[in-house]
Ligand binder design. Structure first.
Ligand SMILES: NC(=O)c1ccc[n+]([C@@H]2O[C@H](COP(=O)([O-])OP(=O)(O)OC[C@H]3O[C@@H](n4cnc5c(N)ncnc54)[C@H](OP(=O)(O)O)[C@@H]3O)[C@@H](O)[C@H]2O)c1
Length: 331
């Protein structure tokens, strides 16, 4: 495979040096203008690397600023590096997806959205230029993170917690509530806001992580905190499927904090998997499937239930194209 050096650099859009650089050496790609944090940037994409004094000096200046991303990628000629935003990047699956994207700079420029500065610090993000702070229920706060992205992975969710005062040692079941926002606020209004913002920004694909169980309104999860969480999630899934933006909806089974890549994955429809014994999946596998959906055309405009066999049963899944090809359902 012929490999050339592909240098992708984000530079201030209003740099006075850009016109001469552009005219003689570069061409702007379709994603030439976008924002990183509160600044406007342009993307220059250079497919060969002769000596460009202008360019080198600009690139050097970029690397000296924490607010300017400079990405050098060794990539196959003609490859397309996707700028991908993971929302819920401080969450358990979101963080895995964000980290996995960062590990593949030849394929992705990773961005992550966390709700608060504290959330950003909690994942060691103080020095991470890819992390943005925003609240999905406040659309204005999403704009910097979404501007210029190619794809969005939605991993935000309302999170039920036992009401304060519950003592597990007494037995019984706690009452739940949603201190970080109700399912209506987060799983419906917030997911919808992300889809709308992404669509307005011209995003080419949205991967939404939902949950199995949504076909049954009587599912016990809907009773948690009277939140109807699966009903609101399903509504957002339908909204995405109707949005006109290419999408992949992944309805995960019970999530587990276990290693990924060591189990045979199972896909299904209409919650049929829930009637079996194999209805869990590791968060790491969910993160990987979400990323693979960005790379495989057969994943587009599909909805699938996702679980896995137990470790040691079956063959660990490596052929994601075959996995997505086995799905035919659009919703
Ligand atoms: N748990 C399961 O067994 C299960 C099963 C099937 C499917 N799922 C789904 O799989 C996905 C991943 O689950 P998970 O357990 O890994 O996620 P998680 O750890 O609960 O993370 C959810 C994330 O959403 C963020 N969030 C919530 N409201 C927000 C807002 N208004 N603005 C910005 N961010 C917001 C949270 O941020 P903060 O940290 O700031 O609150 C948190 O980081 C979710 O969609 C979940 O519903 C879960």
């Amino acid at each position: 495979m012929a490999v050339t050096t592909s240098l992708v650099t984000f530079l201030p859009a209003k740099s006075p040096c850009l016109p001469s650089v552009h005219s003689s050496l570069f061409s702007f790609s379709k994603k030439s203008s976008f924002c990183i944090k509160d600044k406007s940037f342009s993307l220059l994409h250079q497919t060969s690397l002769p000596a460009f004094p202008h360019y080198v000096s600009l690139g050097h200046r970029a690397s000296t600023s924490r607010r300017i991303c400079r990405v050098q990628a060794m990539a196959a000629e003609g490859s397309d590096v996707k700028i991908v935003l993971v929302t819920g990047a401080g969450g358990r699956t979101g963080r895995l997806a964000y980290e996995r994207l960062k590990q593949r700079p030849e394929q992705f420029v990773a961005r992550g959205l966390v709700r608060t500065e504290e959330g950003k610090a909690a994942i060691g993000g103080d020095d991470d230029d890819g992390l943005f702070v925003g609240d999905i229920t406040k659309p204005e706060s999403l704009k910097p993170a979404i501007a210029g992205i190619d794809a969005l992975i939605i991993l935000t969710s309302a999170v039920p917690k036992p009401k304060p005062g519950f003592d597990p040692s007494t037995g019984g079941r706690p009452d739940f509530y949603f201190p970080g926002g109700t399912p209506e606020e987060v799983d419906w209004i917030g997911q919808k806001a992300q889809i709308d913002a992404a669509k307005a920004a011209g995003v080419k694909q949205i991967v939404l992580i939902g949950s199995m169980g949504g076909t049954d309104e009587a599912n016990p999860l809907n009773k948690l905190g009277n939140g109807n969480i699966l009903i609101w999630k399903r509504k957002a899934e339908q909204y995405l499927a109707d949005s006109g933006v290419p999408y992949t909806i992944i309805r995960a089974g019970g999530l587990q904090d276990k290693d990924g890549g060591v189990r045979e994955l199972l896909v299904g429809v209409n919650d049929e998997i829930l009637k079996t014994e194999q209805r869990t999946i590791s968060r790491a596998d969910v993160a990987e499937v979400a990323i693979q959906a960005l790379l495989i055309e057969e994943a587009k405009n599909k909805a699938l239930d996702l679980a896995s066999k137990a470790e040691g049963e079956g063959t660990p899944t490596t052929d994601f194209k075959a996995l997505f090809s086995s799905v035919t359902t659009r919703f």
